[in-house]
Ligand binder design. Structure first.
Ligand code: URP
Ligand code: ZN
Ligand code: ZN
Length: 470
C-alpha cells in the first residue's frame, strides 16, 4: 500500500502560539494533514527527537533589491536574501515594493515582481511603499492593488525621497480605512532630523556615531505621537514599525489605553546593540556597519523593549533586514559617507539572526515563553498581513511550513552562518543558545544544517487577504 504521507516529522515537541505538545506531523503534498502520535510511516521521515517543531518563521519587514538612489546598491536581492532568511529558520518573507517619485504604483509592483520571480527560495508577498500619493495613486491604483491582495502599505515620516506631508499621510490612511489595508509607519520626524544633522555637521561632528545623536528618542516619540493622532482622526488601525525604545513605546501604550488601535513592531538591533556600536571600536568608519534608523539606543532602552516584548506592547518581532556591504563604494563605504554620517546608507542585515537572537535572549534566558516566541516571529505576522491560517501555524490544512529547532545548540554567530550578501554581520561573535537546523517549506526541506536544498525560484508569490486583527 502506498504511504499515506509524503513526509512524517516524528517525535518532536510541537509549539504553536497557543500550545506545546508532543506528536508526529503527517504531511501530504504541501499541507499538514495529520497531527497524532505514532503515525504510520511516510515516504520520507525526519526524526525530530530532542528538537522543537515550530511554524516556519515569517519576517514581515525585509528590504531586498530595493532602489536606493544614485550609486548605492543593496547587498541582497531575492535569491541571497531569501536564502539567508531560510538559513535563519524562515519560510516566508514580506519585502517592499517601493514606488519612486513620479512612478505609478502598479508599475512599481510590476518591477518588484520581476526582481523576485524565479529568484526567491521562500514564499513572499509585497508591502507597498508609497512615496508619491498622487490623486491617481490614491483614487485608483491603491484601491485596486488592495483588492488584488497587496493589503499592506508602508509610509515614511522622514528620508528625502520618501517623506510624506501630514496631509498626505491622512489621505493614505483614509484609503486604508476604506479598503481595509494595514499601514506601517516609519515614525521619525524629517525636520527635527535635518535640523540636528545640520547643527552636528556645523560643529564638525560627522563621524558615524553622530547618526544616533541626529535622531534621539524624542524624534521618534514626536513622530509616533503624530502618526497615532493621524490614525485616531481617520479612525484606522496602524502599525508603528522598528520601535527602538521606551519613549515611542509610551506613546503606543498611551494610545491603547485610550482605545486607539495601534500595533507595534520591534527588531533585534534594539535588544542587543546600542549607540556605542556606532563608535566602531575606535575605528570611526566601522561604526557605519551599525547605522540604521531608528538607531540602537542604550541599555535602558533595551530593557524597555524587553518589557514591551514580555507584556504584549509588541505584536511582531522583525529583522528590518536592510543589507549593504561595508567594503564597498556602493555601500557603507561610499565616498560621501566618509565626509558625514548623513551619507551612510541606513540599514543593517539581520534576517538570518532574528530568530536565534530572540530565542536565545528570550526563551533560553527565561524572559518569554516558547508560545510567545512563535507568536512574535511567525503567527502574528501571518494574522496581521492576511496569510493566516495557511501560514503562521501548524494545524491540519495549513501549509507545511516548519522549522526544526535545536533548543540546546550553542552557536557563535558569524558572517559565514548568515548566507547573506553583506560582507559583515552586526552580530559577529555573539553567542546564542538555540538554532534552526532544518527549514521546511510546503512540505519540502529547503535548508538543512547550513545547506540550501532547493534552487532559487522555489518560493511562490502570496496573494494576501485583508489585514487581520489580533
Ligand atoms: O535603517 C533602516 N531601517 N533602513 C531600512 C529602511 C527602513 O526605514 O525601514
Ligand atoms: Zn523604516
Ligand atoms: Zn525597514
Amino acid at each position: 500500500m502506498e504511504p499515506q504521507f509524503d513526509l512524517v516529522i516524528r517525535g518532536g515537541t510541537v509549539a504553536t502560539a497557543a500550545d506545546i505538545f508532543s506528536c508526529d506531523i503527517g504531511i501530504a503534498g504541501a499541507k499538514v494533514v495529520a497531527l497524532a502520535r505514532d503515525l504510520p510511516r511516510g515516504t520520507d521521515e525526519i526524526d525530530a527527537t530532542g528538537l522543537l517543531v515550530l511554524p516556519g518563521g515569517i519576517d514581515s519587514h525585509v528590504h531586498l533589491d530595493q532602489y536606493q538612489g544614485e550609486g548605492i546598491v543593496m547587498a541582497d536581492g531575492f535569491e541571497t536574501g531569501s536564502r539567508s532568511a531560510a538559513a535563519g529558520g524562515n519560510t516566508c518573507i514580506v519585502p517592499y515594493a517601493l514606488q519612486r517619485k513620479g512612478q505609478s504604483l502598479r508599475e512599481a509592483v510590476a518591477d518588484y515582481h520581476v526582481k523576485a520571480a524565479g529568484n526567491s527560495l521562500l514564499d513572499y508577498g509585497f508591502h507597498l511603499i508609497i512615496s508619491d500619493p498622487t490623486p491617481a495613486v490614491l483614487g485608483q491604483e491603491l484601491p485596486a492593488l488592495i483588492a488584488d491582495g497587496y493589503t499592506s502599505v508602508k509610509i515614511f515620516m522622514t528620508y528625502d525621497d520618501l517623506v510624506l506631508k501630514d496631509r498626505e499621510i491622512l489621505e493614505v490612511l483614509s484609503i486604508a480605512r476604506q479598503y481595509g489595508a494595514m499601514v506601517m509607519i516609519h515614525a521619525e520626524g524629517y525636520d527635527q532630523i535635518k535640523f540636528m544633522t545640520d547643527k552636528l555637521e556645523q560643529a564638525g561632528k560627522t563621524a558615524p556615531y553622530y547618526h544616533a545623536a541626529s535622531r534621539p528618542q524624542l524624534v521618534e516619540r514626536e513622530a509616533t505621537h503624530r502618526a497615532i493622532a493621524h490614525a485616531e482622526l481617520v479612525d484606522v488601525p496602524v502599525m508603528i514599525v522598528h520601535v527602538s525604545g521606551g519613549e515611542a513605546m509610551e506613546q503606543i501604550e498611551w494610545a491603547r489605553s485610550k482605545g486607539i488601535r495601534v500595533y507595534a513592531e520591534t527588531c533585534p538591533q534594539y535588544l542587543v546593540l546600542t549607540a556605542d556600536h556606532l563608535k566602531g571600536l575606535n575605528m570611526d568608519h566601522a561604526g557605519t556597519k551599525y547605522v540604521c534608523s531608528p538607531p540602537p539606543r542604550d541599555r535602558a532602552s533595551q530593557e524597555a523593549i524587553w518589557r514591551g516584548i514580555v507584556n504584549g506592547t509588541f505584536q511582531t518581532f522583525s529583522s528590518d533586514h536592510c543589507p549593504f556591504r561595508y567594503e564597498d563604494t556602493a555601500g557603507k563605504s561610499n565616498p560621501k559617507s566618509k565626509t558625514s554620517f548623513r551619507w551612510v546608507p541606513n540599514g543593517i542585515p539581520g534576517v538570518a539572526a532574528r530568530m536565534p537572537i530572540l530565542f536565545s535572549e528570550g526563551v533560553t534566558k527565561g524572559r518569554i515563553s516558547l508560545q510567545r516566541f512563535v507568536e512574535l516571529t511567525s503567527t502574528n505576522h501571518a494574522k496581521l498581513f492576511g496569510m493566516y491560517p495557511a501560514k503562521g501555524t501548524i494545524a491540519i490544512g495549513s501549509d507545511a511550513d516548519i522549522t526544526l529547532w535545536d533548543p540546546s545548540r550553542k552557536v557563535t554567530m558569524t558572517q559565514s552562518l548568515m548566507h547573506h550578501g553583506s560582507d559583515y554581520t552586526p552580530y559577529e561573535g555573539m553567542e546564542v543558545r538555540g538554532w534552526p537546523v532544518t527549514t521546511i517549506l510546503r512540505g519540502k526541506v529547503i535548508f538543512d544544517e547550513g545547506v540550501a536544498l532547493v534552487e532559487r525560484g522555489f518560493g511562490q508569490f502570496l496573494t494576501r487577504d485583508a489585514a487581520g486583527r489580533i
